[in-house]
Design a protein around this ligand. Structure first.
Ligand code: DGL
Length: 278
């Protein structure tokens, strides 16, 4: 069984892709709805909440947990891996959604000896849309620059998008907001279109079409759920000790009010997702 953690239900966009790519694996999802959203929280809080969520999942048996939340991946993951995981849960692993995106943009495997293997690629510009906290963490530009300094990264925080998507805002309101953020990114880029953009937040795949429409023609919109699923599939091949197929079952846990979140969760997961309160 593979654990999947998110601040709420956004991570269901990632879980949906994981389940499609690995249909015989079992997944256990935990959404920390009681403490969501993480996007505007202080880094220390995000770290503590993520640690508590991952522990809760490990308690139920998974040996591998995916942080499906960009904010948690950008702010807490490295510290968890370096200072806590091995002492608290020896032999277990936590992976995030940042690495697959950085690998896709740079073409450099995460564990590669960057200094030795680096070949300067083509100069490119990549836009990133994310929560304020993910943008402030600087994690995406930092990790991309370490592997591919020729890639120019320009970030745009979209603080209204998570609340609008959660409220089930209609198409027009969402389109206005996405257009506003796409325009703001283009101003930062002096009007020169990037080659691609990343949607660095779990909720934004639900508005991916709006981003495609709002950006200049030809800008590629990278799909984080798909990239994460491909990356996990490759990881399991490289680390068969974590590759334990089951019966394709998916269970959902929440720290919030299970009855209230089922409808919204179903939109994110694409089919009914019945949560149990923990
Ligand atoms: N899951 C968060 C992310 O991907 C978005 C929602 C939140 O702010 O908690 O950054």
């Amino acid at each position: 069984m593979i654990g999947v953690f998110d601040s709420g239900h956004g991570g269901l966009t990632v879980l949906r892709a994981l389940h499609q790519h690995l249909p015989t694996h079992d997944f256990l999802y935990l959404g920390d709805h009681a403490d969501a959203p993480y996007g505007d929280r202080r880094p220390e809080e995000i770290y503590e909440l993520t640690l508590a969520g991952v522990s809760r999942l490990f308690d139920r048996g998974p040996r591998l947990v995916i942080l499906a939340c960009n904010t948690a991946s950008a702010v807490a993951l490295r510290r968890l891996q370096q200072t806590w995981l091995e002492q608290a849960w020896p032999g277990r692993r936590v992976l995030g959604v940042l690495v697959p995106m950085v690998e896709a943009v740079t073409g450099v495997p995460w564990m590669a000896d960057v200094a030795a293997s680096r070949q300067a690629g083509e100069a490119r510009t990549i836009g990133i849309f994310a929560t304020s906290r993910t943008v402030d963490s600087g994690a995406y530009p930092r990790e991309i620059a370490a592997r591919a300094p020729e890639v120019k990264v320009v970030q745009q925080a979209c603080p209204d998008l998570v609340p609008l998507i959660e409220q089930g805002a209609g198409h027009d309101r969402l389109q206005d907001a996405v257009r506003r953020y796409a325009d703001a990114l283009m101003i930062r880029l002096d009007g020169v279109a990037p080659q691609a953009v990343m949607l660095g937040c779990t909720h934004y795949p639900l508005a991916a079409d709006l981003f495609t429409t709002a950006l200049p023609a030809g800008v590629e919109v990278l799909s984080q759920p798909d990239l994460t699923a491909k990356s996990l599939t490759a990881y399991l091949q490289r680390h068969p000790q974590f590759d334990r197929p089951g019966r394709g079952q998916v269970e959902f846990m929440t720290t919030g009010d299970a009855a209230r979140i089922t409808d919204l969760a179903t939109r994110f997961f694409g089919k009914p997702a019945h949560f149990e309160k923990v």
